[in-house]
Design a protein around this ligand. Structure first.
Ligand SMILES: Nc1ncnc2c1ncn2[C@@H]1O[C@H](COP(=O)(O)OP(=O)(O)O)[C@@H](O)[C@H]1O
Ligand SMILES: [Mg+2]
Length: 473
């Protein structure tokens, strides 16, 4: 489950996320609206251009038709009658030669009535009332253009009709050379241009713009999401660290108050314990050695010393010291331990073997604390071998560290206990406190080291310690 305090901290980022998402959406919508205006504007321009183009064509056509058709035909036939095949063909060749290299789909020419007199496609000739108001306007001298779109509903809505044409109507005038006054209106010219391709490319350009903008938006959004995720995880990590520190602090406080209490109680217990033990010793001397009652003071003395040891363990565990470091040698510490233990265990068949590198570094450490740690380790090893045995101790340097291993020939540690042996009060011994390894761990870690326990394949346990050689003070 997420810690509510942690999610609370990530909130400012959620706001950033919402704001950026909102602004991205706004930019996106803005782009769409802008591109719609754009498309409209480009099309209006396109329309104007096409119309101007058509008018220019018509002007040219007007000139050619007047000079090469109306004038000569008027002179030759006296009357213009396009249903006369000769006249029609003449007109056709004039129109086609004038327009052949220009983009025009259809040309219709009307007389003074709304009847098609000439057309690119012959079947239109003779059709009536095709021009409508555009025709009437042109007759009165006003040219005009309109768009004709064909396509489905959606095609028209999105501005990509299947077919789009601009149709321009303009008057066909008699020319009066050398005078700026425009002449009589003789008829009407209708020109049709296909704009479908132009419109399609405009649409394509808009789509490209939109796709580019959306792509950039998406990339921006992704970058922002990544940035926000990073920020969130950093903040969360900080919060977690803070929480952990707080927990550690409160645990340390708890432990130190526990330690103080234990220290106080232990002190109170130790004094009467000393008196009990020395009284029992006195009693022991008073009772004759062969008296069966002599065993009782011995039991009292033994149990008092055990109680004293338990209290010492408690004290050491509950109130870990900070090491007072001085230059020392690990071999000296271990030798001192072995000497102390040998005097007590000579008869029980324990043999200590040391395998130390010739040159071992001097370390900055609290030798009293290390002494205490190794005492616990060696006692454990001896207790694992109740009938005696060999204990091998190795010491070497590697990777700026001092490595120490203690190997015994006992029964080793069952797999299911491997994790628990470091827990305080975990013991498999009738008279154990379960604090020994906890004390070892506290001491080694206080020196910046690492300690671990494993079973040797050959049997027995191996306890390894890694101590930094260049520990900063
Ligand atoms: N060298 C060892 N061989 C086998 N078991 C061990 C060894 N050292 C420790 N243990 C196991 O770890 C337990 C915890 O050890 P420790 O913390 O020193 O407490 P205690 O010695 O009072 O039981 C022991 O009870 C024992 O089961
Ligand atoms: Mg122990």
């Amino acid at each position: 489950m997420q810690n509510p305090a942690l999610t609370e901290r990530a909130k400012p980022f959620r706001l950033v996320k919402y704001f950026s998402l909102l602004s991205l959406v706004l930019i996106f919508v803005g782009t769409i609206i802008l591109s719609m205006f754009n498309i409209h504007w480009i099309r209006a321009m396109q329309f104007e251009k096409s119309e101007a183009y058509a008018l220019l064509l018509i002007e040219n056509l007007n000139h050619q038709v007047f000079m090469q058709f109306i004038l000569p035909v008027g002179l030759q036939f006296g009357k213009i009658e396009l249903h006369n095949k000769d006249q029609f063909e003449r007109m056709d060749s004039v129109v086609r030669s004038t327009l052949h290299s220009f983009k025009v789909d259809m040309v219709n020419i009307y007389g003074m009535r709304d009847v098609i007199a000439y057309s690119f496609s012959k079947e239109l000739v003779g059709l009536e009332n095709m021009g409508g108001t555009s025709f009437q306007n042109a007759l009165e001298g006003r040219s005009s253009s309109r768009l004709i779109q064909k396509g489905g509903f959606w095609e028209l809505l999105f501005g990509v009709p299947k077919e789009i044409k601009i149709v321009t109507f303009a008057p066909l005038k008699a020319e009066q050379p050398l005078t700026p006054v425009s002449g009589l209106v003789l008829g009407v010219v209708e020109i049709e241009q296909d704009l479908s391709d132009d419109y399609r490319s405009i649409f394509g350009f808009q789509i490209m713009t939109l796709v580019t903008v959306s792509g950039v938006m998406i990339i921006l959004f992704l970058i922002m999401i990544i940035a926000v995720k990073r920020g969130e995880s950093i903040i969360q990590k900080r919060a977690q660290e803070q929480l952990k520190l707080k927990e550690q602090l409160s645990r340390a406080k708890h432990l130190s108050s526990l330690g103080e209490m234990v220290a106080g109680v232990s002190h109170e217990i130790r004094n009467p314990l000393g008196i009990i033990s020395s009284s029992a010793e006195l009693l022991q001397k008073k009772i004759a050695a062969d008296d069966p009652m002599n065993k009782i003071p011995a039991i009292i003395i033994e149990e008092s010393s055990r109680l004293n040891n338990i209290i010492t363990d408690f004290l050491n565990f509950a109130k870990p010291k900070t090491p007072h470091r001085f230059a020392c040698r690990i071999e000296d510490v271990i030798d001192k331990n072995i000497r102390f233990l040998s005097t007590q265990t000579q008869t029980k068949g324990y043999v200590f073997h040391t395998h130390f590198d010739k040159v071992l570094p001097i370390i900055m450490a609290d030798s009293d604390m290390l002494y205490q740690a190794f005492l616990n380790i060696f006692i454990n090893a001896m207790q694992a071998m109740p009938d005696g045995g060999d204990i091998h101790i190795f010491a070497k340097t590697a990777d700026d560290s001092l490595w120490i291993a203690v190997e015994d020939q006992g029964g080793g540690i069952p797999n299911e206990s491997m994790e628990k042996i470091w827990d305080p009060f975990f013991t498999t011994k009738d008279k154990g406190t379960g604090l020994g390894l906890g004390i070892v761990k506290n001491i080694i870690e206080a020196h910046g080291g690492i300690v671990r326990m494993e079973n040797r394949p050959e049997g027995g346990a191996r306890l390894s310690i890694k101590l930094p050689v260049k520990e900063e003070l």
